[in-house]
Write a protein that binds this ligand. Sequence first.
Ligand code: NIG
Ligand code: FE
Length: 389
Amino acid sequence: MKLWRGGRLATLAGDSGWGLIEDGAMLVEGGLLRWVGPTADAPAAEEVVNLHGALVTPGLVDCHTHLVYGGNRANEFEQRLHGASYADIARAGGGIRSTVAATRAASEAELLADATKRAQALIREGVTTVEVKSGYGLDAATEARMLRVARQLTGLDVRTTYLAAHALPPEFSDADAYIAAVCDWLPALHAQGLVDAVDAFCEHIAFSPAQVARVFDAAQQLNLPFKLHAEQLSDQGGAALAASYRALSCDHLEYLSPAGVQAMAQAGTVAVLLPGAFYALKETKLPPVAALREAGVAIAIATDHNPGSSPTLSPLLMLNMACVLFGLTPEEALRGLTVNGARALGLADRGQLVPGQRADFCLWDGAHPRELAACFGHNPLIKRVRGGE
Ligand code: NIG
Ligand code: FE
């Protein structure tokens, strides 16, 4: 048993509010928080750590990343600066497909070395749990390689998501035939223990709701939960479809309709907002934050790290962008990167500093948690504790 005492705790207990405890303490045993409260009331423990007034928050949960891939797409950044759109580049065979070529050409060791550097960057900003998607293999062997690499990342908890329905690979001309293959590959990957959830890209440059439904049906047979890249570039009705399958989350959502908001609210589907992609693609249509709030949809935020639309490795910058670009409050943004990020992954055991939760927390140089969202381009992390260690 170890007592961490003398910190300014932002517990995020309950459904709203910071849950501040000005001079707070946490008792940790077996990797879990056993007791949380004012230092003055803390139980005795064999080992005591003085937090010297550091700000303490739950560990960060980055619930949407594409961390494993080969190559990079800085050339497309230049093309977009010269006026090409993300969709133009994709239709011309670049975009996701160019990363697919680089990923297929990379060995497992190369992919792991690159992904490890990216994971280290997330860890340096306080991430304790990360979701990693496949989707740059688009064949059975490379999708499996990506998922294996994700599972080998160390220093943070990894949840893997099967996203083979991300783009049409060059060897297929018929999207329906490719979707059949995506469904066929899934059981073997699941049997190898490589899949925690299933995702798809529902968009005019990717797959239709009917095609996504076939992938969800295949996942449902294996009792796997769903997520969906929905309404990023246009309103396809993807969110309503995902909600009808009781998806864990719908992600992006700039073009989400009022009906989509209602469907998500009824299903308890989390809205994962991705300010990095919004910013990098110079999107001007804002996700319907006020409607999501009003309907009681839980909002998460994530880096969406990927080489194309969101090449950021800074969850802290996403806190700031979620506030400045999307109008979230700093508290909503921090909940989005902790407790609601965990919910978007189906994880109820982390994201708040309350008894029974995992002892995943961050110590920051600061006096109030809103400072984490207010500053940008600066990392005030002092220490990250995962599972009490
Ligand atoms: O979440 N929108 C689709 N998928 C990724 C981008 C993938 C890519 O451009 O490589 C996203 O933004
Ligand atoms: Fe994504």
